[in-house]
Write a protein that binds this ligand. Structure first.
Ligand code: B4P
Length: 190
């Protein structure tokens, strides 16, 4: 089973590259950002709570996202593998993911970390904000906050997975196809 954690700051290209990876490797895509946006669109109680955090570029509480991932893993027991996009984002989430996957004997295979310069991240997100309607992509100060939250709470996960010899840095600058080719090469070498 191939279980990949696609990692990187907001705007690194996680969602973009996940589309290519699910097609090439036949994996089930689990994006906590997409799951949360679906909840918001359906105005569920979970969505209403999550929106308060997401609009400000803050992380949604761990218990909420861990519960969503657990449900999705249970609903996809016949999957060939998963691509985790935007999850885990905190050490508590990484520990919970390890526990859930190890209980099934199917641990994380690798963390693929997309590396992109901050100015490029901001430019990509502001550009997406012109058409996406995403409230968290419209305002540069909210984007800056998302990047700060990433540096403070999410970046420590590099060391977490490096400690398990599962961290692979991938240059995330260049064309979408070039980056997809780099990811593909890294996965085939696993
Ligand atoms: P996400 O949905 O994960 O949003 P993201 O970090 O902005 O990444 P995304 O995948 O959407 O963008 P991508 O880099 O592909 O999270 C949103 C919010 O949800 C979080 O802030 C948080 O509040 C909450 N949340 C989600 N998961 C959570 C968790 N586990 N715990 C707590 N809270 C959680 O791409 C960005 C743009 O760049 C796109 O427009 C794309 O077209 C463009 N792009 C990509 N690659 C490019 C390239 N090579 N060249 C030029 N442009 C490129």
């Amino acid at each position: 089973m191939l279980n990949l954690v696609l990692f990187g700051p907001p705007g690194a290209g996680k969602g973009t590259q996940a589309e290519f990876l699910i097609e090439s490797f036949g994996l089930v895509h689990l994006s906590t950002g997409d799951l949360l946006r679906n909840e918001i669109a359906s105005s569920t109680p979970l969505g209403v709570e999550a929106k308060r955090y997401m609009d400000n570029g803050e992380l949604v509480p761990d218990s909420v996202v861990i519960g969503m991932i657990k449900n999705k893993l249970e609903a996809n027991t016949d999957a060939k593998g998963f691509i985790f996009d935007g999850f885990p984002r905190t050490v508590a989430q990484a520990e919970a993911l390890d526990q859930l996957l190890n209980a099934n004997g199917t641990p994380v295979s690798a963390m693929l970390s997309l590396e992109v310069a901050k100015e490029e991240l901001i430019a990509r997100l502001l550009n997406r904000g012109k058409t996406s309607g995403r409230s968290d992509d419209q305002d540069e100060s909210i984007i800056e906050n998302r990047i700060n939250v990433y540096n403070e709470k999410t970046l420590p996960l590099k060391n977490y997975f490096a400690g398990q010899n599962k961290h692979f840095g991938i240059k995330g600058m260049g064309s979408i196809d070039e980056i997809a080719a780099r990811l593909s090469e890294a996965i085939k070498a696993l």
